[in-house]
Design a binder for this molecule. Sequence first.
Ligand code: ADP
Length: 316
Amino acid sequence: MAVRVAGLGEVLWDVYPDARYPGGAPANVAVHARRLGAEGVVASGIGEDASGDALLDALAGLGVNTEAIQRVPDKPTGTVSVRLDADGHPHFDCSRDTAFDHLAWTPALASLSRTADAVAFGTLAQRHPDSRRTIRTFLKETKALRVFDVNFRGFGPETGKIVRETLPLTDVLKLNEDEAEALRGFFGKGGLSDESFLKELVQEYGLRLAVLSLGARGCFLSDGRSHLFSPGFPVRAVDTTGCGDAFVAALIVRYLDGTPLEEAGRFMNRAGALTATRRGAVPVYSIQEVEAVGESTKRGSGKGSRGQKSSGLRNG
Ligand code: ADP
């Protein structure tokens, strides 16, 4: 049976100048998890509006389970305006006081907390006390692997406080370079290297794994015992929105099946790289396409990747 991966927090429309796409990092992780062979479940809220109806249809069309999406009265469905710069890097402007800010602890969420194998969540939906309370209840109740992709847009003391309060409810932490730098400052660890900072977080919060994504350069992984760098795969990037979400979904499916750390790192980088080559946060792709990323350049180099020894992600 497929593993069940819940994306808990925001679901919204990513609005580009000429089109709109379903988005919200946790929802994107659910869609990517589905592409990678898991059951993806979106746990969030939408308005009782036409925009919410359309979003529900779009998500169903993407193959994710929408049973844990609640309709929130008197609040609009969330939106984010996305602008891409010349390098394909996205800039975001998120609407406030939306449906996903007011998530209630519903029977559907309680049931999902018992049946999910993993849950991905972040900081954005925790900006309002209503959703913050509900998300933390889920994280306290569940036995699922709790994967925290902090994913902040602009950093202030309020975000730092959310991160500090959420880390004790976290099994796996994912940061990008900007987030690592902001958090090092916030935690007063400005003198530490990325690597040492990650190791400290693993120890202090008893994390099973911490991952630092480095954009096109790949990622660094630390499980407290193994610490390794996994190089990225060069691709022609057109839109890096959703790379981190694909990367997190890949992490989750490989963690749950006990894949060794090095192999998992390569798979995660491949999923991120493939997503960078296509428009939108949740482009269509197959698991075979992910596995093929970088294969043409590797063939003939004599540097096969099989047979390396490393510990499993799950077992450390
Ligand atoms: P986030 O999207 O969360 O800010 P990153 O930008 O670090 O995170 O991207 C996540 C992962 O996606 C990277 O670790 C890498 O594997 C892959 N990735 C991102 N951008 C590129 C790129 N331009 N080329 C190749 N891989 C990329």
